[in-house]
Design a protein around this ligand. Structure first.
Ligand SMILES: C[C@@](CO)(OP(=O)(O)O)[C@H](O)COP(=O)(O)OP(=O)(O)OC[C@H]1O[C@@H](n2ccc(N)nc2=O)[C@H](O)[C@@H]1O
Ligand SMILES: Nc1ncnc2c1ncn2[C@@H]1O[C@H](COP(=O)(O)OP(=O)(O)O)[C@@H](O)[C@H]1O
Length: 301
């Protein structure tokens, strides 16, 4: 598991909350409670939020900064923020540990909100990692994953923040194929998309579980294999948020683009490139052309 970095002069701990990208996402079934069964290959991009913790005697509180710090709304730093929910869940399992304390959490929100790249889930997972270390709470893996699942379907995969195959509603994790060197561009058109709305708009059909190899040697081979698979939420998300179609078409026409697809329930789309450098160049060009889009380019985390 990734570990927090510490500034020894201030005792401030920092964790990165990397964006989660669904390289493919098949909806394979539906549970009686309405949750959908998924088969998805999840990777993490270099893009992310950042969470800092300064232990202190005051009650634990959260401050929001960053490009999207203000888009979460007036009560954004309150108990409903997934960071605060993760802190409360950890406090609840830590019993009377002397190390649990208050202080100041600062979330630099750099990922667009409600955008299919699991920013909130990554923040919750980062809070679990950060506070477990700061408070010296040794949570058994099973308990940690159960807590993560209760915080949200995408939180378990974000705990390790490493490429994984995700099944069930997000709680069954298995190793991803070994991934080749590859660049990625992320684009969000600026419209928040509600995950339940997109699931509701689906046509009701189910896809099979994908057959995956143990490794892909090149980005080209990986993209060719992914072309045979789908994001089953892409079509319904295009109904909910039509600009997704423009973003996908723009990404697909970039030089050296190997694959353009939407992540999760949208609206963020990704494109794969042969190298991080080619992805950075495309991102730089797109950011200049489309000032209202959020654009990122680089390597996988
Ligand atoms: C679709 C995915 C794919 O990775 O990503 P995002 O688009 O959110 O990034 C996830 O499954 C989202 O996970 P997460 O955002 O944590 O979902 P939750 O908060 O647990 O659920 C929000 C709502 O989405 C629907 N939901 C979520 C997950 C799932 N497997 N089936 C569902 O039907 C349910 O209506 C649920 O009430
Ligand atoms: N720290 C957080 N960051 C983002 N969203 C949060 C956070 N805490 C709570 N939320 C809520 O979770 C919802 C989904 O957020 P997010 O994880 O960004 O979506 P997605 O998984 O689609 O990218 C938001 O609409 C917001 O109300």
């Amino acid at each position: 598991m990734m570990s927090a970095t510490m500034d020894p002069s201030t005792q401030t701990l920092t964790e990165q909350a990397h964006a989660k990208i669904n390289l493919y996402l098949h909806v394979t079934g539906k549970r009686p409670d309405g949750y959908h069964l998924l088969d998805s290959l999840v990777v993490f991009a270099g893009a992310g939020d950042s969470l800092q913790y300064e232990p202190g005697p005051e009650p634990l509180h959260l401050e929001l900064t960053g490009r999207f710090g203000k888009t979460l709304g007036a009560d954004a730093a309150g108990p409903d923020n997934l960071v605060m929910k993760a802190a409360a869940a950890l406090r609840a399992v830590s019993g009377s540990s002397a190390h649990v304390q208050g202080g100041r959490l600062v979330l630099a929100k750099e990922l667009p909100v409600a955008s299919g790249i699991g920013g909130g889930s990554a923040d919750a997972a980062a809070a679990l990692r950060l506070l477990a270390r700061a408070w010296q709470v040794d949570v058994p893996v099973g308990t940690l994953m159960h807590m993560a699942e209760k915080l949200g379907a995408d939180v378990p995969v974000c705990v390790a923040s490493q490429a994984a195959r995700m099944e069930g509603i997000g709680e069954h994790l298995s190793p991803a194929p070994c991934l080749p060197e590859c660049g990625m561009v992320l684009v969000n058109c600026g419209q928040a998309v509600s995950t339940p709305d997109v699931f509701r708009k689906r046509d009701g059909a189910f896809r099979e579980r994908a057959a995956l190899p143990t490794h892909w040697k090149t980005a080209q081979a990986m993209a060719a294999a992914l072309t045979e698979l789908d994001n089953c939420l892409e079509a319904p998300a295009c109904q909910v948020c039509p600009p997704v179609k423009t973003v996908l078409a723009t990404l697909a026409e970039q030089p050296d683009c190997l694959l353009a697809r939407m992540s999760g329930s949208g609206a963020t789309c990704f494109a794969l490139f042969p190298s991080a450098e080619s992805a950075r160049n495309v991102a730089h060009k797109l950011a200049g052309e489309q000032a209202s889009w959020w654009v990122w380019g680089g390597a996988l985390a």
